[in-house]
Design a protein around this ligand. Structure first.
Ligand SMILES: Nc1ncnc2c1ncn2[C@@H]1O[C@H](COP(=O)(O)OP(=O)(O)O)[C@@H](O)[C@H]1O
Ligand SMILES: O=c1ccn([C@@H]2O[C@H](COP(=O)(O)O)[C@@H](O)[C@H]2O)c(=O)[nH]1
Length: 437
């Protein structure tokens, strides 16, 4: 589609054509490394040859879902940088209010137009610590058996507004804007179903919400500070979608094409393209349009600073705490301090070093919380238990009391979850403040 090109696209159509050639070349590069072994020519020839009924789906590769693009909230950008995209656990000021609202960027565009790529590039260039990406995929409705069967036969319309739970989406976005935590469903494209484990997300300094129908509901649009429409040529979107759906979403060629022409293309015309009218910025060609992405980043940074965003604030606060010194002397009697072994000090050194990278901090913090939880296990109720050794001798050991033992963690409890689960086999973690979805 030729866009009204509200964003920089200096030389108009001529350049767009040139860039299209460039893009096709990129697609050819992708084609060679296509692990299914098929080339674009084969795909197109295959399409020409067979208008046959949809075959039952062949499962190829696994895992592609709303959680998989930033698996465990850790996004590795194309340049290899790791960015934590879960948002910021709620922080409160002295009056118990959460800190400022996130700057919300909505990204809309056709399937495989490059929405995720644009979102990742914005995040990479912004270089701010607290960011969240919320994807519309998370809000696909749960299918009943009949709908599931249709989906398997590429005969379910995932591109119609009715396929999404907009109420849940609106509620979730509203909570994240208030800096509150949410449980967000994780969608698996290979099974057309939600994962058993939802992901927990928080508000952030910047929240990016992306999806094919991101601009469909006016109430949701009102929650966005900036609306970006990614406008990529239809043929290019189809060729990228073929590649992606076959390689990552366990689809076969005929199924992808059937679904595309029956549902995806018409829905683009009827519901997605009209979203362009709501957009503040249109990005022609998607992720490779660095000029547009740089302008977006500049505008977001300006707005964040206007709202009082101060990159050095957390560093200043940390310095204040360091200056206050250790609070061991006036600590309560029942406070137990972990022994400052060389290992513990070594882990702290990593965590406190300003040059330590974000993912290393997460890694070493997890090691530290393991030590903490191991130590805490000594305070659990144990009862004596007689056991028999392999040589039939008896021995009196200890078993954890079978009674339920509740432990309240006031702050940063979730960061301890992995370590806790690794040490305590039968633990249940509850997040009382989180709204269940
Ligand atoms: N500029 C590009 N050149 C080649 N492939 C691209 C480009 N941008 C995106 N892709 C590929 O196209 C597919 C869809 O991109 P993605 O950013 O996930 O789009 P969306 O989020 O709109 O579905 C992915 O497989 C991605 O790697
Ligand atoms: O189970 C499903 C759910 C969705 N789809 C298709 O996915 C795209 C949206 O994802 P993008 O990452 O924006 O491309 C949409 O066009 C649906 O047709 C699916 O095929 N199966």
């Amino acid at each position: 589609m030729k866009s009204s090109m509200k964003t920089p696209d200096k030389d108009g159509e001529k350049k767009a054509d040139k860039d299209l050639t460039k893009q096709v070349k990129i697609s050819e590069g992708v084609e060679q490394s296509n692990s299914s072994g098929s080339s674009v020519h084969e795909l197109i020839n295959g399409f020409n040859r067979s208008p046959s009924p949809p075959a039952p789906r062949k499962r190829l590769r696994t895992v592609s879902g709303s959680g998989s693009k930033a698996e465990h909230h850790l996004l590795t950008t194309k340049s290899g940088r790791k960015i934590y995209t879960k948002g910021r656990p709620p922080w409160y000021d002295k009056k118990g209010n959460t800190l400022k609202q996130p700057y919300v960027i909505g990204i809309c565009g056709g399937s495989a137009s490059g929405k995720t790529t644009v979102a990742e590039k914005i995040i990479e260039k912004l270089e701010i610590p607290w960011v969240t990406i919320l994807s519309m995929d998370s809000f696909y409705k749960v299918l009943n058996d009949e709908e599931h069967k249709q989906a398997e036969e590429s005969n379910y319309n995932f591109d119609h507004p009715n396929a999404f739970d907009f109420d849940l989406l609106q509620e979730t976005l509203a909570r994240l804007r208030e800096g509150k935590s949410c449980e967000v469903p994780v969608y698996d494209f290979t099974t057309h179903a939600r994962d058993h484990n939802p992901k927990i997300m928080y508000g952030a300094d910047v929240l990016i919400f992306e999806g094919i129908l991101a601009f469909h509901r006016p109430e949701i649009n009102k929650m966005m500070d900036m609306k970006v429409f990614v406008d990529t040529d239809g043929d290019l979107r189809l060729s990228r979608r073929l590649n992606r759906d076959i390689n990552e979403r366990a689809r076969d060629l005929n199924g992808v094409l059937e679904q595309y022409f029956r549902f995806v293309k018409p829905a683009f015309e009827s519901y997605i393209a009209p979203g362009m009218k709501a957009a503040d910025i249109i990005v022609p060609r998607g992720g490779e349009n660095d000029v547009a992405i740089n302008l977006i980043v500049k505008q977001v940074m300006t707005q964040l600073i206007k709202r009082g965003y101060d990159q050095s604030a957390s560093a200043k606060y940390r310095q204040e705490l360091i200056c206050r010194g250790p609070m061991v002397d006036d600590a309560p009697q029942n406070l137990i301090l972990i022994e400052q072994t060389p290992q513990v000090r070594g882990l702290h050194t990593f965590i406190r070093d300003r040059r330590t990278k974000r993912d290393d901090i997460i890694f070493y913090s997890e090691r530290l919380t393991r030590i903490l939880i191991e130590e805490a296990m000594n305070f659990m109720p144990y009862t004596e238990k007689e056991i028999e050794l392999s040589n039939r001798q008896k021995e009196i050991g200890l078993r954890k009391n079978t009674q339920i033992c509740g432990v309240a963690i006031m702050r940063a409890g979730e960061t301890m979850e992995n370590s806790l689960r690794a040490i305590v086999k039968d633990c249940k973690v509850l997040f009382p403040k989180i709204k269940r979805i």
